[in-house]
Design a protein around this ligand. Structure first.
Ligand SMILES: [Zn+2]
Ligand SMILES: [Zn+2]
Length: 274
């Protein structure tokens, strides 16, 4: 007999799609593939008292859903003060200007990437990879040098220059309830000449990222990585020879396996035993 009544618990386990992912108190993922539009890199939000900052904006194609998701996290009196952009790529920045229009926030980015946004460079921003054209917009606060502290409400975020994937990539860090949170975004690369990537800089930046010893790594396409041991493993993977060959030939988040088994086999020559 194959018509057994399903157990009630199965019905209880059916969940509606989440509109955001709570990572910690006052820290959420509000955008990205599965939450907004498939072309969106991950979008995170962190709140400090009556102020908040959004980290990256997605491509803009999921704008309406992004705004709904943000409203689920922030009470109306909380002001979104900053949009912190990690780098110039379209999947992180295409929606930035619309976010500023909506919330009146200030857009922050390193000056070495700002130039490609302000000039509307479809190649270096990767917009052409998405069949899009980037509409130039101004960056309100252009970061310079190695480190900048931004005060936001009752807390702060540190911007750390982390070039390689793009010329002006930035990693943002903050503390939430005693844990070091790293908004690392495209830690996995890729390294590509069209994006003006620099492999040496990228590998040096990964070493610095490792030395931060973060508790939680929030990545642009791999989502939330924790605890500390997994954060180290993830960064070490992309810094290792196997990660280097992986980013050269693959750009598929699905190929990441925490135990590295799948990723390891994906770079083996398939015709070895022929
Ligand atoms: Zn990306
Ligand atoms: Zn990128």
């Amino acid at each position: 007999m194959n018509n057994t009544e399903p157990e009630h618990i199965f019905a209880l386990n059916i969940q509606v799609a989440e509109v955001n992912i709570k990572i910690r108190n006052n820290l959420w993922q509000v955008g990205g593939n599965g939450l907004t539009d498939p072309s969106d890199a991950a979008v995170y939000i962190v709140r400090f008292g009556d102020s908040a900052a959004l980290i990256d904006a997605g491509s803009g194609r999921g704008q309406e859903q992004l705004i709904k998701n943000i409203a689920e996290c922030l009470e109306p009196h909380v002001k979104l003060e900053y949009l912190l952009l990690t780098h110039c790529h379209f999947d992180h920045t295409g929606g930035a200007n619309a976010v500023r229009d909506e919330y009146g926030c200030r857009i922050v980015m390193h000056e070495l990437d700002a130039v490609y946004i302000e000039s509307g460079d479809n190649r270096v921003t990767g917009a052409s990879w998405y069949g899009a054209r980037i509409k130039p917009f101004t960056i309100d606060i252009k970061l310079q040098g190695r480190e900048t502290i931004l005060d936001i409400g009752s807390g702060n975020v540190k911007a750390i220059f982390s070039p390689g994937h793009s010329p002006g990539s930035v990693v943002y860090t903050t503390e939430v309830d005693g844990e070091l949170i790293i908004f690392g975004q495209d830690v996995h690369g890729p390294i590509h000449s069209e994006l003006l990537s620099d492999e040496k800089q990228y590998l040096d930046s990964l070493t610095e990222l490792l030395n931060l010893d973060g508790d939680v790594l929030l990545e642009g396409h791999f989502g939330v990585i924790e605890p500390k041991k997994e954060v180290r493993g993830f960064i070490e993977y992309w810094r290792s020879p196997i990660g280097v060959s992986h980013y050269a030939i693959l750009y598929a988040p699905d190929d990441w396996d925490p135990r590295r088994g799948k990723a390891a086999t994906s770079v083996q020559p398939t015709d070895m035993n022929d």
